[in-house]
Design a protein. Structure first.
Length: 205
């Protein structure tokens, strides 16, 4: 059996360190501040496709069905959602993912050409109404994406901090907005995860 000298081990360790360093250097630099990249033009484009009737019909319909839900009911539904994520049988998740609103949001994401990484719409409680992919939880009411939008009025916008997605090698940020009906009355909220790397490319930055 061949034995390696200390010098061989030192060289191997050095090579490993170099590979790690090169990997770190390969990480893309942030394309810029989310608040500057996600400007009025981007927000206006989102508001445009949110005017599709399926959005208002779906959110108002769920608000009516959920108007008497207690926090205990909401917590139970959220717990069941989390449980279903690890199970083969997923009735609640399937019901949301196959509804008309989810179908529409999935189409919007697909047509964005990689600009939108995820989209989900919430009702007045912060519960998911429709989504383009399975979220980690069903209730968003205790998170900033909801608390800094729906309770703050019809025009509220909250842009979250940028995060690096290692698997996709890009930077992302969540654009969160209050959803208002055709009369301008708040009815829920929406979160759009935007690929900042792609957005900056389109802006020529």
């Amino acid at each position: 059996m061949k034995r390696f000298s200390k010098s061989h081990w030192a060289l191997a360790a050095g090579a490993t360190a170099l590979l790690i360093a090169n990997g770190a250097l390969a990480k893309q630099a942030s394309p810029g501040a989310p608040e500057q990249l996600i400007d009025a033009t981007v927000i206006s484009a989102v508001r445009e496709w949110l005017t599709n009737p399926v959005v208002e019909i779906s959110v108002k319909g769920q608000n009516k069905r959920n108007q008497n839900l207690s926090q205990v009911d909401i917590d139970a539904a959220d717990k069941e959602w989390r449980t279903e994520r690890e199970a083969e049988d997923q009735p609640i998740i399937a019901a949301v993912l196959t509804n008309p609103l989810s179908g529409y949001l999935t189409q919007i994401q697909a047509r964005s050409g990689g600009l939108y990484s995820e989209i989900f719409v919430m009702d007045a409680h912060g519960l998911n109404v429709g989504q383009s992919a399975i979220t980690s939880d069903f209730w968003q009411g205790d998170e900033a994406k909801f608390q800094k939008t729906y309770p703050q009025g019809a025009t509220a916008v909250f842009i979250d901090e940028a995060e690096y997605n290692e698997a996709a090698d890009n930077w992302r940020s969540q654009l969160n907005m209050t959803l208002a009906d055709s009369a301008g009355v708040p009815m829920g909220a929406v979160t759009i995860e935007i690929n900042l790397t792609e957005l900056a490319r389109r802006k020529g930055l």
